[in-house]
Design a protein. Structure first.
Length: 257
């Protein structure tokens, strides 16, 4: 649903100019990640401001009366896609063994997991462990075994790693869905607060203190919305990083035979 803004958004934009200058900067997105195209579903859309439009009523101290650009959290266009999945990356529920190890036997990896196997899986599955180091640990472990045990052990390691990564991915995916739901709720509250501000601005003599309080509330919510949208960029990459790690380890185990 597209949201149409009235003159209240223009007043908010002016208030934003001074408030944002004093507020702490939002968290930076980690290097290497780019904010994906449209904003999450439910983000309100902007209304064009006529050139030369002047906001009615007194302007904040030291600020011009001409309207400033709308806050990006409010001005973000609606995203026409899944209402539950906010990422530009395709949602994949789980990784199948055949996607990584095409000829992996149906009964592969059925032998009992030893304590050593479980410890190795827990070690290399951690994302803080460099990928190259994890691959080396897997190769060294397989190479240390008698040749007759290597195939079954590699398959067991692969199965245990796949189960571990699929559980981790499922938790992350559900977390993203919950994150998106909160964003939708926040977008709804922003629309409600904007409506209240519209009503105040439509009054012949609005209460300036009440108007300022409403502007501050709306400003804060839009800042939170925008910060969370930026944070979502990194969060959406996590399932992909897990997949890449699993594919790399699967290839290492397969090639070690």
């Amino acid at each position: 649903m597209m949201l149409h803004f009235s003159s209240s958004v223009l007043a908010l934009a002016m208030f934003t100019t001074s408030a944002m200058a004093q507020a702490p900067a939002p968290r930076e997105v980690p290097d290497g990640f780019v904010v994906p195209g449209p904003a999450p579903t439910g983000a309100p859309a902007p209304r064009a401001v006529p050139d030369g439009f002047v906001v009615p009523g007194p302007a904040p101290t030291g600020q011009p009366t001409r309207a400033a650009p709308a806050n990006p959290a409010i001005a973000a266009p609606a995203h026409h896609g899944s209402t539950d999945w906010p990422c530009v990356q395709r949602r994949v529920e789980r990784i199948d063994a055949g996607q990584i190890w095409p000829d992996f036997p149906a009964d592969g990896g059925q032998q009992e997991r030893s304590a050593q196997t479980r410890a190795l899986v827990q070690q290399v599955a951690q994302r803080r462990v460099p990928l190259a180091e994890g691959e080396k640990q897997l190769r060294d472990y397989i190479a240390s075994l008698p040749e007759s045990q290597r195939e079954s052990s590699a398959q067991t390691l692969f199965s245990e790693l796949l189960s571990t990564f699929n559980r981790e991915r499922a938790d992350v995916v559900q977390g993203i869905v919950r994150y998106a739901s909160k964003q939708k709720g926040l977008a709804s509250r922003i629309r409600e607060e904007t409506g209240k501000l519209d009503q105040l601005m439509s009054q012949p003599q609005p209460d300036l203190k009440e108007l300022e309080a409403q502007q501050e509330a709306l400003l804060w919510q839009t800042r939170v919305f925008d910060e969370r949208r930026l944070s979502l960029t990194y969060v959406c990459e996590v399932p992909i990083l897990i997949e890449q790690r699993m594919f790399a380890f699967g290839r290492t185990l397969r090639d070690s035979l």
